[in-house]
Design a protein around this ligand. Structure first.
Ligand code: HEM
Length: 483
């Protein structure tokens, strides 16, 4: 430990010598889900580049983050191996550039704007169920079967956003809603969340593997859905993410790029095998549920706490949907280019990024960056939330100011490039960004148009990050009345 702290090539990097002398303390801090608070403190104390383990350095410098994520585009770190599913590399977990390039080429078009348009009716269907359910509760709060009965008009919006995003991703990635908004009893989401939380903790604390085994049986749910869709052939065809993967697999086979039959070779070269299709559908479920739901919950939290911003958003939405008959949901075309709605979402993603502990990347060759020497194998945590929270790049950084995203309205200089990374950047940026923005715009617009919403005071707002950020209490209650 002494040699790690004082004689290691990373020793000149600022930080606590005790924390730098081992990886145990940083590993343990991930068990609480609150390591983002500790990282923030460490940066405040030691500066923009801080050593937090034998071979782990957290970086909050704008130019270095750009170098790590975009310019050199370092591969993901060994930590991501914890996200291998079914023993398969996948789009999210892969550290191999060739695999990733091939898999991304096959998967990314399913998130193209044109293809996403076909998902609008599916999203609308799920949002209709939400409205019906909230209306039921507003009429009679005791309709919350088996749940805590809240005072009349009080709705746990955090729970509903989680359940709705699970239903939407269930419908689009597996062709079947989990019916969480309606019943909230499906066992798969809970089982998945528990396993993923543990797998993240094990990624930082490998010794835990011997104590708590991981239960990946939730993957069988997805695999069954994929097999069922394939078995139905043309009759089962439906425009969704799963269909896109099935069609991409068929095309690869027709074009002579199908599987070779050597399972290992096929896996490492990124071929769309049956297992790969099943795995990627599950990756969508994992990557596309808590992320969007947390972002929507926080956006609503900021809106109810800033009634002037909420009123301004309502005005923008009323104008954009003025021609709609009463009760009609806003369409994607109506909400996709609204500057204030986008500003409200961006501002929430800035203040509460879903990757609050930063993004780990691995140095593949010895390198000197900004005067710091990093030996091969160093894990660099690209700590982009520190940029989001810095007055240097975002004046009055702790305030919710959607106007800062609108050039004609901002009281500040325009937001600088390479200071805002909610969906990351470079080749490993979020493939689901368009999907998430579409979903968030539709849902937020619907809620603000359909209900008067306001704040319920004195609630906990602290948040944890195991896989992605979430409110620690899994609850945020707002007051709602039908408009
Ligand atoms: C507000 C919502 C979302 C946010 C803020 C978000 C953010 C991110 C971030 C920061 C990364 C990079 C992770 C890393 O480097 O370790 C990422 C990757 C990824 N996201 Fe998202 N995400 C969101 C929604 C979604 C949705 C809805 C999907 C799919 C339906 C999705 C699928 C993925 C996938 C597959 C990757 C890995 C991409 C690759 O490495 O090529 N995300 N996301």
């Amino acid at each position: 430990m002494i040699s790690n702290a004082y004689f290691h090539p990373l020793s000149p990097i600022p930080g606590s010598k005790l924390i730098a002398s081992n990886n145990f303390l940083t590993g343990i801090s991930t068990l609480t889900g609150r390591s983002h608070y500790g990282l923030d403190q460490l940066h405040k104390r030691y500066g923009k580049v801080v050593r937090i383990g034998t071979d782990i350095v957290t970086v909050a410098d704008k130019d270095m983050i750009r170098e790590i994520l975009v310019t050199t585009d370092y591969p993901k770190s060994i930590i991501h191996q914890g996200f291998e599913l079914n023993g398969q590399h996948n789009l999210f977990s892969s550290r191999n550039k060739d695999f990733h390039k091939n898999r991304r080429r096959l998967v990314a078009p399913s998130f193209g704007l044109q293809y996403l348009r076909s998902l609008e009716p599916i999203m609308h269907e799920c949002i209709h169920v939400l409205i019906k359910k909230i209306d039921e509760l507003l009429e009679n709060s005791k309709a919350a079967k088996g749940k805590k009965v809240l005072p009349q008009g009080h709705i746990n919006i955090c729970s509903f956003m989680m359940r709705l995003s699970l239903d939407i991703i269930g419908e689009t990635a597996f062709g079947q809603s989990f019916e969480m908004v309606q019943d909230d009893v499906h066992p798969i989401p809970g089982q998945m969340a528990k396993t993923l939380r543990r797998s993240m903790q094990q990624a930082f604390n490998p010794w835990m593997k011997w104590i708590v085994p991981l239960d990946f049986s939730f993957l069988e749910f997805g695999a069954e859905r994929v097999r069922a869709r394939k078995a139905k052939g043309e009759k089962g065809r439906r425009a969704d993410l799963l269909q896109y993967l099935i069609d991409a697999q068929a095309n690869e086979r027709v074009n002579g790029n199908g599987e070779t039959g050597n399972d290992y070779e096929d896996m490492i070269s990124g071929k769309l095998t049956d297992k790969a299709v099943e795995t990627e559908a599950s990756v969508f479920l994992i990557a596309g549920s808590e992320t969007s739901s947390t972002a929507m919950t926080f956006t609503m939290m900021f809106l109810v706490k800033n009634p002037d911003k909420l009123a301004k958003l309502r005005d923008e939405l009323d104008l954009a949907t003025a021609s709609n008959p009463r009760g009609a949901l806003p369409t994607y075309d109506q909400v996709r280019n609204l500057p204030y709605l986008t500003g409200c979402i961006n501002e929430s993603l800035r203040l509460r990024p879903v990757a609050a502990t930063g993004l780990p990347r691995e140095v593949t060759e010895d390198v000197t960056m900004n005067g710091y020497f990093f030996p091969k194998g160093t894990i660099l945590l690209a700590q982009f939330p520190q940029l989001h929270w810095s007055d240097e790049y975002f004046p009055q950084a702790d305030k919710y100011i959607p106007e800062r995203w609108i050039p004609e309205e901002t009281p500040f200089k325009p937001v600088q490039d390479f200071t805002f990374y909610p969906f990351s950047a470079g080749t490993r940026n979020c493939v689901g960004k368009n999907f998430a923005m579409m979903e968030m715009r539709l849902i937020l617009a619907t809620i603000v148009l359909t209900y008067d919403i306001s704040a319920v005071p004195n609630q906990r707002e602290d948040y944890v990050q195991y896989i992605t950020t979430a409110l620690a209490t899994e609850s945020y209650v707002i007051l709602m009345t039908k408009r």
